[in-house]
Design a protein around this ligand. Structure first.
Ligand code: PLP
Length: 511
């Protein structure tokens, strides 16, 4: 802390002591307030600033810590206490957070975290989320500025994807929810608005959806939740690059039609979770248009390739989608959670979710004015101000820099690919089209050793890749999503993985 900050702090605390002594005459100092605001705002400010400083230091020192470590049993036991009946001072709670939560976090901020597809957050996003929490806007609807900010994000995405500015969009928790919203909107488009009341049993034919074998599991769940049934998701085979085989898709649609079923929904993947494969979106758009089917793109992370001039050609055809699901919390590092659903057809989007409940009626003037509210575009009513942290991220960094950071992760992945190709221990199991590298120990046909290495690396705290199955075999999967991950980190990672393989082969675990 600088000298002037220290001086200011000591002045502030003197002043507080004075004001406390003055207050004694007016009200009993120990009487709790009837409301939930602090009895002493200055003391609160000091604690709050300490909380902020704590997190700034945490972000600054992220590289020096272990990627992950499990919480000891004694720490876990602390979180099985009884419901607190009496309040405690905020300062002590911040201490508890520092001591018992911070060290046992997910690890996704660390540059050597490469598991699943996790965003790493940003200092700017952290501050924005605090501002949003302070404002505590309910973004279900009504006429206030947060709704305008959310609409602006939809406009920006429409611009980025080459959609019309009339397109509608809504924040949701994540792409799982956005895929569900897509399935429900496509259902309404296909069966008409009365399906909302009559349900699917009133439909003459069974709806059928299509996605590749590599598509994300949330699509299956979306069809289950929407009542369509995951048995009616056709998993279309993929080619050598793990992209949906468009011919096989055409054949599956024809077969279903011949059997009296009703094809309605084609899901293209822009960046599969296993290997980052991108379906031939143009071909899928053509086929969907010819067949009159809703063409949805699951672009959870890969859709944001449009921000990088270098990567944008890979997702060619996305501009023709009927809807796109994506996450700002993955490759854009907006703090969790921030998923988005973008829809080319605002009318059917609204018809799918709009409610006529009396307490949500629109007024010609006042706070209840405005036409479309976010609650008309998705299943949520009360919802937070996710748009703010996204708005700050775009404004603070600019789309160009964000695109460049995305492109860099792909370069780091190619560097890792080169190291694996040169390794005497490991072999590549997939080609990195984007930012995901899958590899395994040469000759480990069961994949058992691959799984052991990943657990071993986690426990060592050195690196956190994850596993997946490719053609039935467990492999090590490194998804380079983190903006902090650099080429040099890959040398450290491969050396640690090789050491782990040697250790495990000798029958030992992480030291
Ligand atoms: C992460 C991911 C999802 C699920 O998104 P959530 O934000 O975790 O709900 C869906 N599809 C793909 C391709 C993903 O990578």
């Amino acid at each position: 802390m600088g000298r002037s900050r220290r001086l200011l702090k000591s002045l502030a605390s003197e002043e507080r002591a004075l004001s406390r002594s003055r207050k004694i005459d007016r009200d009993a100092p120990d009487a709790p307030r009837a409301d939930l605001d602090p009895a002493d705002w200055d003391a609160f400010a000091e604690d709050a600033h300490r909380g902020l400083d704590l997190m700034i230091d945490y972000l600054r020192g992220v590289r020096q810590r272990k990627v992950w470590q499990p919480a000891p049993e004694a720490v876990r036991a602390r979180f099985r206490a009884a419901l607190p009946q009496k309040g405690k001072p905020l300062a002590g709670l911040i201490d508890e957070f520092e001591q018992f939560m911070l060290p046992y976090a997910n690890g996704n901020l660390h540059p050597l975290f490469m598991g699943w597809v996790h965003g790493a957050g940003t200092p700017v996003g952290m501050v924005a989320d605090m501002l949003a929490a302070g404002l505590n806007a309910n973004c279900g609807g009504r006429d206030h500025i947060a709704i305008e900010v959310e609409k602006e994000i939809a406009l920006w995405l429409a611009e980025a994807f080459g959609f019309s500015p009339e397109s509608s969009g809504v924040f949701v928790t994540g792409t799982s929810m956005a895929n569900l919203v897509a399935a429900v909107v496509a259902r309404t488009k296909t069966l008409g608005e009365p399906v909302r009341r009559g349900g699917l049993r009133a439909a003459e034919r069974q709806l059928v959806a299509y996605a590749s074998q590599e598509a994300h599991g949330s699509i299956e769940r979306a069809l289950e939740i929407a009542g369509i049934g995951s048995a009616f998701l056709r998993r279309i085979r993929v080619d050598a690059a793990r992209r949906m085989d468009a011919q096989a898709l055409g054949a599956a649609i024809a077969k279903d039609r011949a059997e009296g079923l009703l094809p309605f929904f084609v899901v293209g993947s822009a960046g599969t979770v296993n290997t980052g494969a991108i379906d031939a979106l143009d071909a899928l758009a053509d086929l969907s248009a010819d067949e009159g089917l809703w063409f949805h793109v699951d672009g959870a992370f890969g859709a944001l390739c449009v921000l990088s001039p270098e990567l944008k050609p890979l997702v060619k055809g996305i501009e023709r989608a009927d809807s796109i699901a994506l996450d700002f919390h993955k490759w854009l590092h907006v703090p969790y959670d921030a998923g988005f659903f973008l829809c080319r057809h605002p009318q059917v989007h609204r018809e799918t979710f709009m409610s006529t409940a009396a307490y949500l009626a629109r007024a010609p003037r006042g706070l209840a004015a405005a036409d479309i509210w976010p609650c008309d575009l998705g299943p949520d009513l009360s919802r937070g101000f996710r748009a703010l942290k996204t708005w700050f991220t775009f404004q603070a960094y600019g789309a160009e820099r964000l695109g460049a950071v995305i492109a860099r992760t792909c370069r780091v992945a190619r560097h890792l690919e080169g190291l694996i190709a040169a390794s005497t221990v490991f072999e590549l199991c997939s080609r990195a089209r984007l930012n995901i590298v899958c590899f395994g120990v040469k000759g480990d046909s069961s994949g058992e050793l691959n799984r052991e290495i990943v657990m071993d690396l986690h426990e060592s705290g050195l690196a956190a890749p994850s596993t997946t199955r490719l053609d039935g075999r467990p492999v090590i999967r490194a998804a380079i999503v983190n903006h902090r991950t650099a080429e040099a980190d890959m040398e450290v990672f491969v050396a640690a993985a090789e050491a782990s393989a040697a250790r495990l082969r000798a029958g030992r675990r992480a030291p």
